[in-house]
Design a protein around this ligand. Sequence first.
Ligand SMILES: [Zn+2]
Length: 250
Amino acid sequence: MEMAYTVTVFIFGLVFGSFFNVVGLRVPIKESIVRPPSHCTNCQRQLTALDLVPVLSYVWLGGKCRSCGQKISWIYPLMELITGVLFAFAYWKLGFTVEFFVAILLISLLVIIVVSDFAYMLIPDKVLLFFLPLLFIGRVLSPLTPWWDSALGAIVGFGILYSIAVLSKGGMGGGDIKLFFLLGLVLGTLNTLLTLFIAAVIGMVVGIIVLKARQQGRKTPIPFGPSIAIAAIVVYFYGDALMNWYLGLW
Ligand SMILES: [Zn+2]
């Protein structure tokens, strides 16, 4: 039975992931998320129900638009798959608890942000503002111990990122700063700091690899959102374990 629930949550995740792609692509350019229906950005052909099956449609269409042959980015099926896997993982770890819904909200927020950051190099305020009250309610119903760690985490997360932005004179986007307010709320103080640390390490490694591959000037911007998202998910599920392991080394 447990298996059946996990598979169901996974399929829900795939479908939601498909919707998150639409949200992440449309909200930053102020398009409605319901109208017009999904269409090919090149030839405008409206997608049929068959084209909208998550992941599988990408595979059987060979990653191309059926009518004009325009290539579809592999980012979108990947985000669908990641959403499905993370939803199922959250269910497997937490069961149907209030905390499961906090996890689902966090995953949803991060997936949308990654799509927007990849596509436009920005994290839309509208998305952050949508999730802020939901995550707040989630943390009221399923508080951290101590409960005020959420408030402190939000202030510390926002404060540190804001300081980095001021000191680096714009090296940090406004969306990243606000995102860390929300992450602080969900993760608490120490785990927010750990998220920032891991995100910085991932960002540096990715930056070095991308620069080597591109052989371009240092100024090529690389979105920081995906690094933050990966770090936040790892810390959400394994932050305490990582912290204990790290402290045990000393
Ligand atoms: Zn097309």
